[in-house]
Design a protein around this ligand. Structure first.
Ligand code: URA
Length: 214
């Protein structure tokens, strides 16, 4: 269930997604419950982002008779996690799409410039034959997502989607401008960025909350 006037922007407003997001936002949420909720939310978001995956009909036998039934078609999906917070979404998505291939891109934000600096990049083979879903819980300035997608585009995948938990108007605008062909899936678009590049009201530092490193 998604809403937005922009066909490339999917705000997943399903009550379960919104409920879990509210629990995660609260500063009283423990590391354990934050991680559990992120996992559950990622599973629900995987359901939306894979909605248009191609299927093919195959013959099977049930205990009673033969029939033609659907299975997912084509090369396995690639989930690309932007380290380190992307790991939180990746785990939940892999529960639902266990056969997916996984890529990692390591980027950290320079605290002064807020620009991304790459320190790791590892993708599966045959990227040109695969659909890619890039995951990062927070689309804030958009700098990391834009840089990650630029690197992935160089490998010419069939398609790229971007999944985050939360974003803000600034992040959406930046990513849409840089990569208008990449659909964005999010659970909410918050009010604004602050001067440190954090989303308001947001949920704080996603990495610190997932890993308990605050
Ligand atoms: N990254 C985070 O973890 N939180 C924000 O609010 C913005 C970027």
């Amino acid at each position: 269930m998604t809403s937005s006037n922009d066909p490339m922007l999917h705000v997943i407003n399903h009550p379960l997604v919104q409920h879990k997001l509210t629990l995660m936002r609260q500063k009283s949420a423990s590391t354990t419950s934050f991680r559990t909720l992120l996992n559950e939310l990622a599973m629900l978001m995987a359901y939306e982002v894979t909605r248009d995956m191609p299927t093919q009909d195959i013959p099977i036998e049930t205990p009673l008779e033969t029939m033609t039934a659907k299975v997912i078609d084509g090369k396995k999906l690639v989930l690309v996690s932007i380290l380190r917070a992307g790991t939180g979404i990746l785990d939940g998505m892999l529960t639902v799409v266990p056969g997916a291939r996984v890529g990692h891109i390591g980027l950290y934000r320079d605290p002064e410039t807020l620009r991304p600096v790459e320190y790791y990049f590892k993708m599966p083979k045959d990227m040109s034959e695969r659909d890619v879903v890039v995951v990062d819980p927070m689309l804030a300035t958009g700098n990391s997502a834009i840089a990650a997608i630029e690197r992935i585009k160089a490998l010419k995948p069939k398609s790229i989607k971007f999944v985050c938990l939360l974003t803000c108007p600034e992040g959406v605008a930046a990513l849409r401008l840089a990569h208008p062909d990449v659909a964005i899936f999010t659970a909410a678009i918050d009010r604004q960025l602050n001067s440190h590049g954090y989303i308001l009201p947001g949920l704080g530092d996603a990495g610190d909350r997932i890993f308990g490193t605050q």
